[in-house]
Design a protein around this ligand. Structure first.
Ligand SMILES: *[C@@H]1O[C@H](CO)[C@@H](O)[C@H](O)[C@H]1NC(C)=O
Ligand SMILES: *[C@@H]1O[C@H](CO)[C@@H](O)[C@H](O)[C@H]1NC(C)=O
Ligand SMILES: *[C@@H]1O[C@H](CO)[C@@H](O)[C@H](O)[C@H]1NC(C)=O
Length: 320
């Protein structure tokens, strides 16, 4: 009998744990997310630099597992993030208007909305990213000057293939350069023109890692396929980028790169029980407990030790 009691207790505990994990992942209702996306789109329309910035910022925030640390002053002011600081004051007001969302989810919600807004494919959205609250260790994000083989090695370490590097490089089809030489993006339409330009030898604004995609037979053949077939590029980008931004349950205290084997669950397919509640009055399950962010007053306060390359005269985005 006692054993049965324990079993029942464990079972109900498991149910409680399952339910609370589920709720913790579905922090914002679908209705809230829709409202947020509508505001993103209004903002994109008013500020054409914002959508590409959101897309690129997801790459940066998620390299070490999507964790919102990109917006910490110590991290956003690093040279590899040059070009992204203007995004922070545009996005931070959302956190007070939508307290159910973590910064990591905010960045990625903006990114997938931006991708669609720019004419790109839909990406399955996962919610439940936790904010790390402390900066990622410096030096994890690949440097823009890195060779293609080193870049591929860095992607392999987080579970992505060299073909995936070709696919993700397509994000360079969009971007706004502010007088920064070698800025990879120059078009406000997400599409396969990036691959066409590579094939045609139009290397203006390309990074050397872009150009080197042509030097490997497997990669060049994929570049060619994408140049011929935008739909294939869109299908692959949706899948690979979807994986990339879904590495959300990484060990938040680890100092190593976040591996791929830790994918989130789609909450859009499993709306939270609160989805019928109007968003502004919905009970908040977040922000996640854990260290809170120090300041968001927008004043850069990065220690100079984070600027080993001096002022940011390099490319605006790291080379993916
Ligand atoms: C974004 O759009 C909302 C709704 O129109 C507006 O209130 C807000 O000021 C906009 N933010 C920026 C930075 O333009
Ligand atoms: C921008 O992208 C669109 C869609 O892919 C393409 O048709 C156009 O040629 C591109 N413009 C430039 C300047 O690359
Ligand atoms: C997380 O990473 C830290 C540091 O690498 C390690 O000590 C800890 O055991 C890890 N925790 C889990 C749950 O893997």
């Amino acid at each position: 009998m006692a054993r049965l009691g324990i079993c029942k207790y464990l079972l109900s505990l498991a149910v409680v744990l399952f339910v609370s994990v589920h709720i913790a992942r579905a922090q914002c209702s679908e209705e809230t997310i829709k409202q947020m996306e509508a505001i993103f789109i209004q903002n994109f329309t008013q500020n054409e630099a914002m959508a590409p910035m959101c897309l690129h910022s997801a790459f940066h925030d998620c390299w070490n597992g999507c964790n919102g640390a990109l917006f910490l002053p110590e991290e956003i002011d690093r040279p590899e993030n040059a070009g992204l600081p203007p995004l922070k004051p545009l996005l931070m007001p959302f956190t007070s208007q939508f307290p159910c969302i973590s910064i990591a989810d905010l960045i990625n919600s903006c990114a997938v909305t931006a991708l669609k807004f720019l004419g790109g494919p839909s990406v399955p959205v996962y919610y439940g990213r936790l904010d790390r609250g402390v900066p990622d260790p410096p030096g994890l994000i690949p440097e823009p000057t890195m060779s293609l083989s080193a870049l591929i090695g860095a992607f392999n370490a987080i579970g992505f293939t060299k073909e995936n590097v070709v696919t993700l490089s397509g994000a360079h089809s969009v971007g706004v350069c502010h007088g920064i030489p070698m800025c990879p993006g120059h078009n406000n339409t997400f599409g396969n023109h990036y691959y066409k330009e590579l094939i045609e030898g139009d290397f203006e604004g390309k990074l050397h890692t872009d150009i080197e995609l042509l030097e490997d037979n497997t990669m060049r053949s994929l570049v060619q396929q994408y140049a011929n077939d935008q739909q294939q590029f869109f299908n692959d980008f949706s899948e690979v980028f979807g994986k990339y931004i879904s590495r959300i349950h990484c060990n938040q205290t680890s100092t190593g790169p976040c591996p791929l084997d830790d994918i989130g669950v789609p909450t859009s397919a499993a709306p939270s029980p609160q989805s019928a509640v109007p968003s502004f009055s919905e009970p908040s399950f977040g922000p996640p407990s854990g260290p809170s962010f120090p300041t968001f007053d927008g004043e850069p306060s990065a220690p100079s030790s984070f600027s080993p390359f001096g002022s940011s005269s390099g490319p605006e985005f790291f080379p993916i």
